[in-house]
Write a protein that binds this ligand. Structure first.
Ligand SMILES: [Fe+2]
Length: 263
């Protein structure tokens, strides 16, 4: 397996605190069957690619010394702002394994009004946005169909394994399942931040994903390989999500009907 989203470089973000902790995470990753991990520190302009490359090289040397069969690749998780277009035009963005794929984090609480313009400009510049953990954004939880047109436009979405396991609460878990069932996500990653709190759980997440999509889980696993090789991700046609009326709502609707003498 390939993990596209990890915080395993110490001293660059809120991820692991030391190389020793990084090695502990990588040992666990190897046990789960992960062969490649993309290091995706939060890109706050400080975490430039030179620093990321140096830390990846140091970590890889330690992994090799330990005799672990895991390869760490360069990447970053970049927060989407309107200014990102200027950085991207100058080539100052850090992509996954030097591919066209740009891992992007969006605001958690609101849908930015500039989002479509930024997506469009990034795509014109030749980048392919991968939006990480959409299920964790409040506005996606309220309206999963925001993703529908974006998927059709070639924007990719990466689910957090932990979301499927309830790591971020039941509402996030429920949204993750909706996105999966409607082909609104194409990739899965761990977004591991440490050895214990928000630890690596890709193996379990993939198992849960298989429970939802059966053998189609292979597309998620293949897509991670396509991303790091800079090839086109396979997108199954998205389905529009139709909200179902809950039993609780029906109860009040029936009460109202009774009061009005309709039943
Ligand atoms: Fe992350």
């Amino acid at each position: 397996m390939i993990d596209l989203h990890t915080h395993i470089l110490p001293g660059v973000d809120d991820g692991v605190k030391s190389y020793q902790e990084a090695l502990m995470v990588i040992k666990e990753a190897e046990r789960q069957g992960i062969k490649k991990m993309v290091a995706t520190p939060h890109d706050d302009y400080q975490s430039n690619m030179k620093k990321i490359k140096e830390k990846v090289a140091k970590l890889q040397a330690m992994i090799n010394k330990e005799g672990l069969d895991v390869q760490v690749l360069i990447g970053a998780e970049t927060y989407l702002t309107p200014e990102l277009r200027e950085r991207a035009a100058k080539g100052l963005v850090n992509t996954i394994n030097d591919s066209r794929y740009l891992l992007l984090e969006l605001p958690f609480g609101h849908l930015p009004n500039y989002i479509d313009d930024v997506f469009y400009d990034l795509q014109v510049l030749g980048y392919i946005p991968i939006i990480c953990h959409p299920e964790r954004y409040r506005w996606v939880r309220e309206e999963p169909n925001y993703l529908y047109n974006w998927v059709k436009q070639g924007i990719c979405f990466q689910l957090n394994a932990g979301s499927l396991l309830g790591q971020f609460g039941s509402k996030v878990q429920e949204t993750a399942e909706i996105l999966v069932k409607h082909n609104l996500v194409q990739l899965i990653g761990s977004d591991v931040h440490s050895i214990d709190n928000r630890g690596i759980c890709l193996e379990q997440g993939v198992k849960r994903l298989k429970g939802l999509v059966g053998n189609d889980v292979k597309f998620y696993l293949q897509n991670a390989g396509l991303v790091i090789n800079d090839e086109e991700v396979e997108c199954v046609a998205p389905k529009y999500y139709k909200k179902t009326v809950k039993v609780f709502d029906n109860f009040f609707v029936n009460k109202l009907k009774t009061a009005l003498g309709w039943r």
